[in-house]
Design a protein around this ligand. Sequence first.
Ligand SMILES: [Fe+2]
Ligand SMILES: [Fe+2]
Length: 500
Amino acid sequence: MSLDRASAPALDEAAGMLRELSVARQVFALYQAGHPKREEAVIDLLASVRRLDQLVRGSVVLFIGRKGFYLGPTLLPRASLTYHGLLEAFEEAGIEAVELLPAADAEELSVFVSILCREADANGHLSGIRINSVRPIRDADEESGPMKELLRSYASGVQFLQETAQRVAAGRPTTMEQAERITARLAEQVVADPAQALLLTTVKSYDEYTYYHMVNVCILSIAIGQAIGLRRDQVVVLGAGGLLHDLGKVKVPKEILQQPGPLDEEQWRIVQRHPVDGVGLLLSSTRDLYHPALSMVLEHHAAYDRTGYPPLSGQRMPSLPARIVAVADCFDALTSRRQYRKAEERRQALAILQAAAGRGYDPRIVRTFVRLLGLFPVGSLVRLTSGEVGLVVRNHETKPARPVVRMVLDPRGDPLDAGEQREIDLSERAADGRHPRSVERSLDPRDFDLDMLSLLSTGQLEPTEHDDGVGLMHEPAYGEQPPPGYVDAHDELAVREATG
Ligand SMILES: [Fe+2]
Ligand SMILES: [Fe+2]
């Protein structure tokens, strides 16, 4: 394979192949040798390897470095984040480079997956798969910054949710302890640098929408909990509830979760079972009948004014942690592309939350959240009076109109290279006492179509991944015009009660 940058379809397929490899590794861990599920997983993997082979001139060379997976010289940022468990498995097996030759067949791929599961060792002879025979690329910058640490924690959150879904599908219980360990680490990082953590929640996935959404809600909930003054141990429990809030969606069929068009009434009814299903799954995996995450999973759609679902008994309103998760959930859903609606700009999403405060959402929590995100929320793109475009990376509490921005486009609209992306504090004055730059207006990220993950992990400005019309399958926010076919299960219960 030439060491030129791979083509976009080859990069897409390489990410697809890593997905199949990651699934195969999980299937091998759950099912014993000879199980038909193992065979199915290897066949899917082989099909992807063959497709990739067609797209790449010569043989496929995959490098595994500290930052992630590379196809030839090109980093695959999203696959590196999404298949973090696989990355660790490569590291543990001591594999830094893999060359897949046309002779690689199902049998050899099966041995290869066994090597990654530590069932076999990497020294055996394979004629179609060469391990560590080419020199790996060394990362130019291997220093670790807060964003890299955060990305690693983010990746372990996504990995935990993927594995949990696999376990549930195989009829095994989930583990609460792991959720709390991941959240404890994230909580530490969010407390140390909330702005960096909030920036990370701009990352969305096009294949694993729901898992990324759950990790984002975890981070946002932690940030709110911290801002309202909860104790560290309370923040950790809150984060675990945020991470698991949509756990019940693992029971929603994949066809519904990934349906490109609008859902029909029956499908929405299935989706709305997820708070109750989530509690069922949690109860089967924790001995604690009163685990605090239960209320967040059950009540995050119940609504502050109790008009949501499932209906709460008596006069009770959703618990405080559930009201926090509801605000975080709504904001992340609004700023993600959903199957029936485009992603909202971050500022606009805050306006929608504010409009529903006191009805759908706890007004005090909405107020805290708006203050936390600022006038130009962290993660927004803004045009400056100088004509440049910047990404808001930090806010000043006393000067909300003058955030710190990272420059991404020059005045002509040309992207700046990673090395040229300076951070500028708009509150600083020049020698004559004037502000050299101010925010002119906030911009709609859809107009730029920037992939936030590439920007945050490598500083590169790249378009978002393939757009196949699928989005996050998520309930509409309170007060939002519901999509056609939407049915609120709670309304039906109310009608039934009223009519006896
Ligand atoms: Fe939900
Ligand atoms: Fe959600």
